[in-house]
Design a protein around this ligand. Structure first.
Ligand code: DGL
Length: 330
């Protein structure tokens, strides 16, 4: 018999740590109130999967997570992964911004050991809560040798997603997580089954290491609509190093917003055209002459992933061509 893996479970809050008044409260409840020991206590059979150690790092809804929270989570996970007596890490997390934290870890951790971020759409107190099974599945994934080298994973609703692609795409249903090209695999009866691998570079193959990141540059996001006023662009870019402009369709820009965005680029703000459609590619020099304006475009990254990627890229370069290349590689 092979020895059980040693897995550390880090609690950060969210619905998976939530508590409702009654079992009918699937969507109304107190968020981030149960400690990680209590959550793990509800699945005693998980001890058969791995040797578990729990740590409470944060206790707050993930809508509150800023760059400082990302650095804190990343640094703690990196410390744990560096230890010989830790084989993998599971992070319990609110689902609202799970896709950002997971992508940040995917790009900055320097380890092949499995890291799994997990949340739930219903608190443990609700009818048909997904909390216990999602956590059990996350532990099964973190424990399994086939999860090594895949970067950071998000487990929900019996599916294993790559951090690069996963997005919360429903506000209340159990089946809330989507990856545009599909999940990497399933979890069934406490075991993962993989069908695909992440195609883009991550963890050991990126130039960013959490251990050398002290602070992160400010990158903002603005969501476009026809009545968006030029003043909003100047206000949001006043002290930012980058702006993800979430344009219509193929990252398009209303004519009255072209000048404010060009002004921002002249002031050294890196303007990146993204799309508010939720999926697809924004073609460089397609809907707008990016080369002439000094603008960048995402490849297929949705705005919140593009913010994470540009934030990291700006820790190493201000060169427009190098920044554009980052969107094609990660
Ligand atoms: N407060 C939200 C969060 O922590 C709850 C959503 C959830 O965890 O499902 O992201």
């Amino acid at each position: 018999m092979t020895a059980k893996a040693n897995i550390v479970v880090i609690g950060t809050g969210g619905t998976i740590a939530g508590q409702g008044k009654a079992s009918v409260n699937t969507s109304t409840y107190m968020c981030s109130v149960l400690g990680i020991d209590e959550i793990l206590g509800s699945i005693p059979h998980a001890g058969e999967l791995a040797n578990l150690r729990a740590e409470q790092l944060l206790q707050t809804g993930s809508e509150n997570f800023n760059n400082t929270h990302l650095l804190a989570i990343g640094n703690r996970v990196a410390e744990l992964l560096a230890r010989n007596d830790v084989d993998g890490v599971v992070i319990t997390h609110g689902t609202d911004t799970i896709e950002e934290t997971a992508y940040f870890l995917h790009l900055t951790l320097k380890s092949a050991k499995p890291v799994v971020v997990v949340g739930s759409m219903r608190p443990p107190s609700a009818m048909s809560s997904d909390a216990a099974l999602n956590l059990y599945d996350a532990l099964a994934v973190a424990t399994h040798p086939s999860s090594r080298g895949l970067g950071t994973l998000v487990v929900a609703n019996n599916e294993i997603h790559t951090a690069r692609d996963v997005v919360k795409s429903n506000s209340f249903k159990l089946d809330a997580f989507r990856s545009p090209y599909g999940a990497l695999g399933y979890v069934i009866e406490g075991a993962p089954r993989y069908y695909r691998r992440p195609a883009r570079a991550h963890t050991l193959d990126t130039p960013w290491s959490i251990t050398t990141l002290r602070s992160l540059p400010k990158v903002d996001i603005v969501y476009a609509y026809g009545a968006l006023e030029p003043g909003a662009i100047s206000a949001i870019t006043a002290n930012a190093r980058g702006l993800i402009y979430v344009g219509t369709g193929n990252g398009n820009v209303a004519s009255h917003l072209i000048d404010p965005l060009r002004d921002a680029a002249r002031r050294g703000v890196h303007v990146v055209r993204a799309s508010r459609t939720g999926s697809g590619i924004v073609l460089h020099n397609g809907a707008q002459p990016d080369h002439e304006y000094g603008w960048l475009t995402v490849d297929d990254q949705i705005p919140q992933k593009a913010r994470i990627l540009l934030t990291l890229a700006l820790t190493q370069t201000d060169d427009t061509a190098a920044l554009q290349a980052v969107f094609e590689r990660y």
